[in-house]
Design a protein around this ligand. Structure first.
Ligand SMILES: [Zn+2]
Ligand SMILES: [Zn+2]
Length: 480
């Protein structure tokens, strides 16, 4: 029998006043029986089985870290979630951040993990964000199925970017660039440059099949254009020079501010993909950030019955009739009643109905709304509760009679047929595979990381990461 691990170390906690303070951590336990995590001699957390001990090599600083004091999770916390770690034999791993039932290898997983949505598991804690100590310390407890070995030809500098790169790649795959299209990334910096790189990687594969699409970087700061070109942008556009309306098929908004969405809506013909979680109202909706957190889409309700094979319906019909929460004033059409389990009523009451369902996810798959209040209610139906009416990766559809006054987002969707898609996390495996297959792409680390710090320089790393001259800062935990 293997002895229980008992490990103590010093690390810097992040506090609610945005400062760092030293703390003494202790991990006692093992993978099979679980762990006790202590801070300064007091028990902080009891983890069940399914976590393994890894030593941190490097951890990236991202916008989520810089805004950590605004997130609804307890502080102080040992933060940092973009982790490159090594095991006792020196093998390198990247670690997916959600400690879900699935990631811990638990057999009695929740309905969300069973439905293939582990990043939305309601039981999850999150590495370096929510409770689970993160990568700005020397050791982490990582969910066993969340640790992916790094291929030998992917250098450390690229591997430490895998979390944001996977998120960027997931967004790019969702917008699914078509041959001949023009895809723009609005406001590329930390995450946006990786979206440009992910588009360039997808484009390289498409060009190998004799097809092509354009990748545009749309910026306010001209200094970013040469960097965007290095990441694979085929054109650069300056917003101040006046970029014409509907210049692009798709605009990926990585600006992180509410005004960015308005620009994206103006520039896009087919789709806007939103990756910003700034927590502020935007486009006429209160709960837009929550839409991104839940990875919901917004599209026009079809004027006529969609043909068999229509992508949206197929995606939602996973083995059963889709559940529709009908929040619009007019009656649902007969074709919909024939194809779906349609329920009409008050949003909070419908949420309770779907939550009580025994089979599948305890949510609606789709909501149909006819105004901003309806869309907001589909996302967060009860004041003071984070429980949504629509399931993660579900859809909110806008009825043709939607009232769009004071809601430019609803206007673009209902009147122009634009789609809004959103995404938060991405799977690491396809992102690692793409980096391993494309040596040009594997140089993202050398290009994006502008500043490096040692573990004890966290305060300096954060101050630098907030400054204009820094694109990406990385904190190293051990001598290389
Ligand atoms: Zn991040
Ligand atoms: Zn779960």
């Amino acid at each position: 029998m293997r002895a229980v691990t008992d490990l103590a170390f010093d690390a810097l906690d992040y506090r609610a006043d945005q400062t760092f303070a030293p703390a003494r951590y202790r991990y006692v336990g093992d993978e099979r029986h679980g762990w006790a995590v202590q801070r300064d001699g007091a028990e902080l957390l009891r983890l069940g089985p399914g976590y393994r001990l890894l030593r941190v090599r490097e951890c990236g600083v991202c916008s989520t870290d810089l805004a950590r004091h605004r997130l609804p999770f307890p502080l102080p916390q040992l933060i940092g979630h973009e982790v490159l770690a090594v095991d006792e034999r020196g093998r390198r791993y990247v670690v997916e951040i959600n400690a879900s039932c699935h990631a811990r290898g638990l057999k009695d997983g929740c309905a969300f993990c069973r439905a293939g949505l582990p990043t939305h598991c309601p039981r999850r804690i999150t590495l370096g964000i929510h409770d689970l100590p993160g990568g700005f310390g020397p050791w982490i407890l990582a969910p066993i199925a969340a640790c992916l070995p790094v291929p030998v030809n992917v250098p450390d500098a690229a591997a430490v970017l895998i979390e944001p790169f996977a998120a960027a790649l997931h967004g790019v795959r969702m917008v699914d660039p078509k041959s001949g299209e023009r895809i723009a990334v609005l406001g590329p910096r930390r995450l946006g440059m990786l979206a440009v790189a992910a588009l360039a990687g997808v484009r390289a594969n498409m060009r190998a099949r004799g097809e092509d699409f354009a990748v545009a970087a749309v910026v306010r700061d001209p200094a970013l254009l040469p960097l965007a070109a290095k990441f694979g942008a085929t054109e650069g556009r300056l917003l101040g020079d006046g970029v014409a309306d509907a210049s692009f098929d798709v605009v990926v908004d990585t600006t992180g501010n509410p005004d960015g969405l308005l620009t994206a809506l103006r520039l896009a013909r087919r789709e806007v993909h939103l990756k910003s979680t700034h927590g502020q109202p935007a486009g006429g909706l209160r709960h837009l950030t929550e839409m991104v957190v839940d990875e919901l889409g917004l599209a026009a309700f079809p004027a006529n019955e969609p043909p068999a094979g229509a992508a949206d319906w197929d995606r939602l019909c996973t083995g059963r009739r889709p559940r529709v929460a009908w929040l619009a004033k007019s009656r649902p059409p007969t074709w919909l009643l024939a194809r779906a389990d349609v329920r009409c009523g008050e949003p909070a009451e419908l949420a309770a109905q779907f939550a009580a369902d025994q089979a599948g996810l305890p949510r609606a798959d789709v909501a149909v709304a006819d105004g901003a209040a309806g869309v907001d209610a589909a996302v967060r139906p009860r004041a003071g509760s984070e429980e949504p009416l629509v399931r993660p990766r579900g859809l909110v559809l806008l009825h043709p009679q939607t009232v769009t006054a004071d809601a430019p987002l609803l206007d673009a969707v209902a009147r122009r047929g634009l789609r809004l898609s959103t995404s938060r996390c991405g799977d690491f495996a396809p992102a690692l595979a793409l980096l391993a297959s494309d040596q040009e792409l594997a140089r993202i680390g050398d290009r994006l990381v502008t500043h490096r710090f040692r573990g004890e320089q966290l305060a300096e790393a954060f101050a630098t990461a907030r400054s204009r001259g820094c694109i990406k800062a990385v904190v190293a935990q051990e001598p290389r």
